[in-house]
Design a protein around this ligand. Structure first.
Ligand code: GLP
Length: 235
């Protein structure tokens, strides 16, 4: 397979393993890093933040953002990136979709133009329990570019822990499409925990199908997958 799977002991070890993938990409001249949010990438960002890597001439482009949250809302992905990486390691340019832009066509077209002008060298991805990547829920067109997404009930519930209650979780997001993600030269997919095991098995061993957006990674030439033992338990 095109997918190099590495099983690590725990999320701390995964942070180190993920860090090495970034370090290698930078050594090989990567200029544009595609970044992700969620609990999964946190240990990688810890390693990057504590490292001597220099991002000050690089560009970062994040996968997605909730519609309706300001950049300084504690649950916005802007805020997350600031806290977990950008405060410690500023980039020359960092882009996250503007969740406060009420004009979805304008925002998504701007973002696609940005990705086109700054092709992503390494894209970091987490995995939804239902196999989503970014906010590309099951059923998303595999050729999709940046678009406005209605979040599924399962994603709203999974993310509700970060809000006071499920009613406060945004119902929409702007997300890079599956097609945009697959254009990255290299992809680093990371998943931890038993709740991801079904999605991991479907991603790696199931058919390539819109039912499992992550299964399209099977069609990409250069994917590294970092898993803990629980996430790898159904392989
Ligand atoms: C959200 C994000 C995804 C992320 C997923 C899993 O839905 N949009 O990018 O991969 O959650 O999150 P976690 O890493 O917290 O399990």
């Amino acid at each position: 397979t095109n997918m190099h799977v590495q099983v690590v002991q725990n999320q701390t070890a995964g942070g180190l393993a993920g860090f090495k993938v970034f370090e290698n990409a930078l050594d090989n001249g990567a200029q544009v890093l595609g970044l992700a949010t969620g609990s999964t990438p946190v240990t990688i960002y810890d390693e990057l933040a504590a490292s001597d890597l220099d991002f000050s001439r690089l560009t970062s482009i994040n996968l997605d953002e909730y519609v309706g949250l300001t950049a300084d809302h504690p649950q916005s992905y802007h805020y997350f990136m600031q806290q977990h990486l950008f405060n410690a390691k500023p980039f020359a340019h960092s882009f996250v979709p503007d969740g406060m832009n009420p004009d979805a066509d304008e925002e998504t077209q701007l973002y696609d133009a940005l990705i086109k002008a700054n092709p992503i060298d390494l894209q970091l991805l987490g995995l939804g329990q239902n196999g989503h990547i970014g906010f590309n829920e099951p059923g998303t067109d595999p050729t999709s570019t940046t678009h406005k997404v209605a979040l599924t009930e399962s994603t709203i519930e999974a993310n509700a822990r970060f809000f006071d209650n499920a009613d406060e979780v945004p119902r929409y997001a702007y997300s890079m499409g599956i097609g945009s993600i697959l254009k990255a030269k290299q992809i680093l997919m990371v998943a931890y925990g038993a709740a991801k095991a079904d999605a991991v098995a479907a991603m790696l061993q199931g058919p390539v199908t819109p039912d499992v957006p992550a299964s399209y990674l099977q069609t990409h030439p250069n994917v590294t997958v970092i898993l803990d033992q629980a996430a790898a338990s159904k392989l």
